[in-house]
Design a protein around this ligand. Structure first.
Ligand SMILES: Nc1ncnc2c1ncn2[C@@H]1O[C@H](COP(=O)(O)OP(=O)(O)OP(=O)(O)O)[C@@H](O)[C@H]1O
Ligand SMILES: [Mg+2]
Length: 507
């Protein structure tokens, strides 16, 4: 823990970094002491990842100084930062898919002069894996691993390199609540050994659980710093956004219409060929939000994919607006009026090399008013882009900026805006608020309800029971590929949902 007399382990002094059109870090001072966890908070685009990328040598600050263990540090490359004991798990992992866990762990260690002794590496990795309870098969290829396992590999990689200053950039955004809980234990045991960590998250409860101190960035500058014990989730949210966040939404009573989505006896397999959906019956009507609750991995992803044409079903029938779309192509499903906010946003979500405007128009350019015959109407596209950027508060220098230059959360907002903007009948939203800051999360929830009020059917997959109760009209609870029950959100209690999620049938 922090001691007033102790010398900081890491100190940033007045670090500033600009990109064309934005000051990402504005005279930031930061200190990190040995054996503490510092939570770094801020809205999407506040400059958190940029600041950490400077510390780990991916970017170079325009001005300002960095001190590590009391000495001024020149960090020009990731190698420099590694030598100083700094290691980072990035917001988007940087593992090589086709290589094994072990190969990834030794990848890029320049210091080695000889072919590494894989037996020794393996023994050492297994040792670390055991010691920190980071379970993973060292011989497996990365593509075979779940996201949670990939993250363990990233952490093992840092530990193998003996990093004692760990930077974790939104490590829990992609984890299930159980996996997050496991990670909390890992972080605590690292801290107990005297290692230090900077932990980025958008979830206030995690700040309270993981950290000793908190620092809040807004528009690139430090706006608050406090000891975690002295603050609360509501106070933190306010510091970040600069206004009160209403964790309550007012919602009109729902008046459902005709069914827009009907599933009858749908079964499907997962990627490994095992049953993922078992005889699922579900109806979503116009003007209602059906929440899908469940621990990740119980068929939610496959359900969304089957509906949107991304996964073949083995048996059963799916209808959208009366039309049979079972095993039809994704394009047919889109034409039937469906929009999909996918779980895996990095591969199917946005095209990094295209502009924000083009990404926003991607789903609608084939029809009026964005095109006329074979002609695209750029002015209309720009107009629509500006409107969506405004509505969804996408923080970007402009509509022409390439998506890969946006912050993680703003890339996600771009996908959300595109999908919600293009939706005609049915919106399938899978963990839509992952990686979003509290303000944007509030906005997404409001949008889902607004779509429902306009008469769309919404299927909303989430792991957050509070969020489901707040937003959904009815909640379907999934367990091992089946729907355990469909509950009325106004009358159900969280305990019942929790039990059903764990596979316990209630009367
Ligand atoms: N390589 C880059 N080129 C241009 N602009 C960039 C680049 N990297 C970041 N930016 C801009 O710098 C600002 C800060 O981005 P950063 O990724 O640090 O935000 P963040 O706080 O990590 O947000 P999030 O919570 O969404 O991940 C944003 O406006 C972003 O668009
Ligand atoms: Mg970021």
């Amino acid at each position: 823990m922090e001691q007033a007399s102790e010398r900081p382990l890491v100190e940033l002094r007045s670090v500033t970094k600009s990109f064309p059109g934005v000051v990402a870090n504005d005279c930031v001072d930061l200190v990190l002491y040995r054996g503490e966890v510092l939570a770094l908070l801020g809205e999407n685009g506040a400059g958190k990842s940029t600041l950490m990328n400077i510390l780990c040598g991916l970017y170079r600050q325009d001005s300002g100084e960095i001190y590590v263990r009391g000495h001024k540090a020149q960090i020009h490359s990731p190698k420099d930062s590694r030598r100083l004991g700094i290691g980072m798990v990035h917001q988007n992992f940087k593992l090589v898919d086709s290589m094994t866990v072990l190969e990834n762990i030794i990848l890029g260690i320049e210091e080695q002069k000889f072919v590494p002794d894989m037996k020794k590496v393996k023994a050492e990795v297994l040792d670390l894996s055991h010691k920190y309870n980071l379970k993973v098969n060292p011989e497996a290829s990365i593509w075979q691993l779940s996201v949670g396992e990939q993250q363990r590999v990233e952490i093992l990689k840092l530990l193998y390199r003996k990093a004692d200053i760990l930077i974790l950039d939104e490590p829990t955004a992609v984890l299930t609540p159980q996996e997050s809980h496991e990670l909390a234990k890992v972080v605590h045991s690292l801290r107990a050994e005297g290692k230090s960590a900077i932990f980025i998250t958008h979830k206030m409860e995690e700040v309270m659980k993981f950290s000793d101190r908190v620092m809040v960035l807004r528009k690139g500058a430090v706006v608050a710093q406090t000891v975690t014990e002295a603050t609360s989730p509501a106070a933190l949210a306010k510091m970040m956004v600069g206004r009160e966040i209403l964790f309550d939404l007012d919602k009109k009573p729902f008046a459902p219409g005709e069914p827009v989505l009907v599933l009858r006896g749908v079964s499907a397999l997962d990627d490994r060929g095992l049953p993922a959906l078992k005889d699922v019956d579900l109806t979503v009507r116009a003007g209602e939000v059906i929440g899908v609750a469940g621990v990740a991995g119980n068929g939610q992803r496959e359900l969304a994919e089957a509906i949107t044409g991304l996964r073949k079903v083995k048996s059963g029938e799916i209808r959208i607006d009366g039309k049979d779309i079972t095993n039809k192509s994704p394009l047919t499903v889109i034409k039937a009026g469906t929009a999909h906010i996918p779980q895996d946003r990095s591969s199917v979500g946005a095209v990094g090399d295209m502009s924000v405007a083009s990404n926003l128009a991607m789903k609608q350019y084939r029809r009026k008013p964005l095109s006329f015959g074979i002609f695209l109407l750029p002015r209309r596209i720009a107009q629509m882009a500006r409107r969506l950027i405004e509505t969804f508060k996408i923080s970007t220098p402009g509509p022409e900026t390439r998506v890969k230059f946006l912050s993680g959360g703003n890339i996600q907002k771009t996908i959300l805006a595109r999908e919600i903007g293009a939706c005609k009948k049915l919106l399938v939203a899978v963990y839509p608020s992952r990686g979003l800051d509290v303000g944007a999360t509030e906005a997404v929830r409001k949008q889902l309800i607004a779509q429902r009020d306009q008469g769309l059917g919404v299927l909303f997959v989430s792991e957050d029971i509070d969020e489901l109760v707040q937003v959904a009209d009815r909640i379907a609870v999934m367990f091992e590929g089946r729907i355990m029950a469909i509950l009325d959100s106004t009358s159900c209690d969280e305990e019942t949902i929790g039990l059903l999620m764990a596979g316990v049938k209630t009367p």
